[in-house]
Ligand binder design. Sequence first.
Ligand SMILES: C[S@@+](CC[C@H](N)C(=O)[O-])C[C@H]1O[C@@H](n2cnc3c(N)ncnc32)[C@H](O)[C@@H]1O
Length: 317
Amino acid sequence: MSPAESLPDRLNRTQDTRGDDIFYRFANGLEIKTEIFHKSDPQRILPLGTPQGCLMNHLLGFPESVQGKRVFEPFAGSGALGFMALKVGAREVDFLDINPRAADFHRESAALSGLDAGQFTSITQDIETFAPDQKYDLILANPPFIPTPDGIEGTLTSNGGSEGSRFVDLLLGRLEQFLESDGRALIYVFQFVKESLPLIMEGLNAIATRRPVELTPAQNHRISLDAYSKAYVQLFPQAVPAIDAWRSALLAEHGSGLELCHYVVDIGPCSEGPTRCEIQENFSEKFGADFIVPSENEAELAFGRAFENFVPPPLPS
Ligand SMILES: C[S@@+](CC[C@H](N)C(=O)[O-])C[C@H]1O[C@@H](n2cnc3c(N)ncnc32)[C@H](O)[C@@H]1O
């Protein structure tokens, strides 16, 4: 049997930075405005990288998964995932973000992309309290998922609590309130891995009693807790005691050998028959080899992830 072909890069993304803003342009006319990573603002709007790229490319590669659907993008930030869904033929999109600045970015990106303001709603609310009027057919989510030592404030875009699962756990815990029984959710996560299984596996196994779950690793090499802790020490030298305490607590709870890896979680429609949660090595054919997280250089990847929580001091005026 020949190996499955990789999904081609259908995004053809280009970008243009002007001051603190980045404008991304896509082959299908979509234009998304974000802000630069190192903006001195903990409420900055996240720029786009491989997480958004892989989910957006999946929508372009499998348009039937989104056409005519009512879509929810919690943790919307710039709204890149939901706007791509609209471009591909979604019926309507609800964006949810606790950051009130996000709605302005949605208005601007929609106008730049020639999208009708009537097709989407920007909701400024906490995922914890949000109650939708109607359930959704498709959820697209890239939540804050960076494991962050207690004692480091981090950023609104990225601090996912000490194990990085705070928001994905919240979303999974409320999944049936948000998702139609025949609906599907695609969620990007970054996880501690223990004995080859991400910590989130327990929560996903609970969901798999009613819905099939596929977990696709989004990087070829995992990174170690050591490398990840070192990146925090480099970026936050004043927080060494907090970093040491966080690392010791993780080791005490989960044992040595903890690693980190990105995954895409794909939760399918409710099923009458038996369902399972399975890890599938199918990133290339499902999302495109161009969007795999570069992981050959462990220290670089660890630094890049911890850097999402770093807010540089304002430049002197
Ligand atoms: C990792 S960013 C993702 C942004 C966008 N989806 C993307 O992929 O570029 C996470 C977003 O979650 C939002 N967020 C953080 N805490 C939240 C909460 N409690 N409720 C809703 N949104 C929240 C942040 O403001 C941020 O825009």
